[in-house]
Structure formats: C-alpha cells, structure tokens
Design a protein around this ligand. Sequence first.
Ligand code: KG4
Ligand code: ZN
Length: 313
Amino acid sequence: MRIIGIETSHDDTSIAIIEDHKVLAMHTFSQIDIHKQFGGTVPEIASREHANNINIVWDLVKKDVDLNTIDYVAYTKEPGLIGSLQIGYLFAQALALSLNKPLIPINHIEGHFFSNVFSKPITYPAMALIVSGGHSQLMYATDPLNIKVIGETLDDAVGEVYDKVARKMGLGFPGGPIIDKLSQQYQGPLIEFSIPKTHHDLDFSFSGLKTQVVNYINNYQNRNEEVPTAQIAASFQKTILKYLEEKISLALNKFKTKTLCLAGGVSANKEIRELVLKMHENAIVPPMAYTTDNGAMIAVACLERLKAQNGKK
Ligand code: KG4
Ligand code: ZN
C-alpha cells in the first residue's frame, strides 16, 4: 500500500510517500533558521512559510514516485498551529481530489508514536512517552485504534523547557540539542534541582523546574558573574532524566505493557533514548531521521490504522 503523508503542524513542511514500512521519498523544509532570530516559532510567519514551501516540497517528492500507484493521502489534522495546519489540510485535500484517493486525517501526536514502527513493529498493549517542543504525554495503546492519554504536562512541554533554559543562558535555538551536547561533555559535580510534584501521579509539570533553573542563572547574572552553563545544562538534564524515569516506572507498574516506545523531537536526546531502552525488555526508539516532525510518520500512522481497521472487518 502506498500512502502520501503531509505534515505542517509546526515549523516543518514535510511530505513523504511510503510503501508499507519503506519510505520511498521524503522531503522536509525546516523553518528553524527563520524562527531562530525571534527565539521561538512565530505562528504568522510559520503559516506564510508553509504556503511558500509546500509546492516546492511536493515537486521534490513526486519526482521519485509514480502517482498512479498512490492509495491514500494522509495529513496532520491536529494538534498544532491553526494557520499551519490549515495549509497542510487544503493541500492534502486538493491532492486527494486530483488523485481521486481517500483523504485520511491523522493526529500529530499519534503520528509521533507510530514513527517507532520504522525501527521495529509495535506489539500491543504499548506504552509511549511522547516528548516534543509542544507536547509531553504518556500514551497507552491497546491497539492502533485505541490510544489513550494516561498522563500529560500541566504546563510546559519538555522541549519547551529545554529551549527556555537555553535561551536564558544565551545558547541559541532550539536549545535541546545544545543543552544535550553540553551535558554530555560535562564531568564535574552537579547542582541539585528538585523533582516536580503533581496531583495525578502520571501527569507532568515542568514549569517549577524551569523557574528553579532560571532563578539559579539569575543569581549569577545579577552578580555579573560567569554562568556555569555546562554544569547547569548537565544538572538540568539529569533532573529531567530522573523525572522521566520515575514517571515511566509508575506507568509500567500500573499498565500491562508489551512494548515501551519513545517519540517526539526530544527523543533525539541520547540519554533519554538510553533510559527508555533500558526500562523495558521490548523498548523501541524511532530512527533519528523520524524523531522531529516529518511526513513519513503521518503516512505510517495512516497505514497502521488502516491495517487495524481491515483486521477488524
Ligand atoms: O517534535 P519537534 O520536532 O517539534 C514540535 O515540538 O512540534 O520537537 C522539537 C523540540 C525542541 O524543543 C528541541 O529543543 C527538542 O525537540 N530537541 C531536543 C533534542 N533535540 C531536539 N531536546 C533535548 N535533547 C535533544 N537532543
Ligand atoms: Zn511534533
């Protein structure tokens, strides 16, 4: 089965064509260099960039594949930036009409979850930790059509906190990869930041940790002293790891789980990948190429759902 996947929910315009679990073509235009100068994504600029880029991306993708062989067109319906989503939707709808093929809406976070099948098949029930710049969730899937959110952040997402801490220390955007790199290079003593608490034990809260780290940096900046960036980066990352480990353990104790998955932009983090891989005998992390937003994960989410639907008939 051949499926086109279209992703425009945030700052990547990405289109892929897959055949089963094989990616036949994928092209992505990232807007990071444009949003960098503002320290974060500007929604209005994001929509305009998608509108400018989506045809160019499609021209690159369609070169490689005979369009008469396409079976479905899948696109990211939600969640995301409204204007950006709308461009993907209109484009996908026009494409589905012109190819005379069904148009399938996909949830962006479920797309991240299904990116794991590019590494290996998911056996159910499956647990997934989704960590990105916009979302932090624990999901539990009894099958590809029944996915429940069992815990989520009450405030900031993990990637968002990485980005804010990095911005406070003037390290650049996006902050995740920069903090990750600094953290891995650092060998010295760590600062003790406290682990956040939430009323519902599978929910997350990151804003308290963010405030602690920002206040710690303020103390140095107010005294005009050099900020120990590497030490703060490493201590912050260790706290995040400890917190995620605590939440995954709790979830695994509560729910019978055959596969533990990781997904979302933050899943590019080497230490978080290693943590997840050691926490379950059948743990999967997505290939690095499919950790950030991409069209292939939207196409493969459509495939997994269709296979499950056909299996039920
Ligand atoms: O899923 P994603 O590509 O975009 C959306 O949020 O929609 O995630 C981007 C986030 C950013 O916050 C970025 O800082 C974070 O993923 N990130 C990382 C790493 N690489 C990217 N965070 C921690 N460690 C990394 N290596
Ligand atoms: Zn995403």
